[in-house]
Design a protein around this ligand. Structure first.
Ligand code: 4GY
Length: 236
């Protein structure tokens, strides 16, 4: 998968995408990630990317010309152009799975008060939000989405990191995990996990996942968007 990012702050992207699973995906060629400074598509001496809003008000708006030039130079018909904004649909594991099937993503990271409306109308295929709060720019949301999508690319996870039976893949929270020691400061690992009875262990884990979800995230039990499990289908 190829991912291009347009931002005014490319320095932000050094760090989070240079470690762990994303770093490995980049090194093995699974992910071709390029972070671009929007100012590279300006032509004036001051590399102007923003201007005052027509109609007045505080703050600045990203000008259309650099964004159109950048998207036209980086993208083609296959490219999915995504604007990061609190006004977008809320990012989820289901959307991560959708994006992981695309060949080419191009993220536009908004800054200041936002982008000229003509960018949205003519360039943007999808608008995504990572949650109902306002950040200073779209860099962190882009990194969050790139991280979540990259680990879903076939081959990105090693055998020990399998993505198939974790939280959200079945629409429930994960069951509790334990490792050695079997007793720590008087706190014991549940006997069933030490029993070696795999059917019993599976049953216990399924029950714990349900209990934990009901207690901590009851909203997920009726959420048809967060998991892959088809909750309208009969369970049998
Ligand atoms: N939340 N999800 C978000 C954000 C910053 C002003 C528009 C978010 O995606 N993006 O808060 N972005 C704002 C800053 C211009 C983008």
């Amino acid at each position: 998968m190829k991912i291009d990012v347009l931002t005014l702050f490319p320095e932000m992207f050094a760090g989070p995408l240079d470690v762990s699973i994303v770093q490995r995906a980049r090194k093995t060629g699974l992910l071709n990630l390029r972070v671009h400074n929007l100012r590279d598509w300006t032509h004036d001496r001051h590399k102007t990317v923003d201007d005052r809003p027509f109609g007045g008000s505080a703050g600045m708006v990203l000008k259309p010309e650099p964004l159109f030039a950048a998207v036209e130079s980086l993208g083609n018909e296959q490219t999915k152009v995504i604007l990061l904004t609190p006004a977008g649909r809320t990012f989820s594991q289901a959307i991560a799975r959708e994006l992981a099937m695309d060949e080419h993503l191009l993220f536009i990271c908004g800054s200041y008060e936002g982008v000229d409306e003509r960018v949205r109308e003519a360039l943007v295929d999808d608008e995504l939000s990572i949650g109902d709060y306002v950040l200073t720019n779209g860099g962190l949301p882009a990194m969050v989405i790139i991280d979540a999508v990259t680990r879903l690319l076939p081959g990105a996870l090693g055998d020990d990191e399998s993505a198939k039976d974790e939280s959200f893949s079945h629409g429930l929270l994960e069951y509790p995990h334990y490792t050695r020691p079997a007793e720590f400061r008087g706190m014991k690992v549940p006997d069933v996990l030490l029993s070696g009875h795999h059917a019993e262990i599976d049953k216990w884990r399924a029950e714990q996942a349900r209990l934990r979800t009901a207690q901590q995230r009851p909203d997920l039990l009726n959420d048809k968007n967060s998991g892959s499990r088809d909750k309208s289908a009969p369970h049998n």
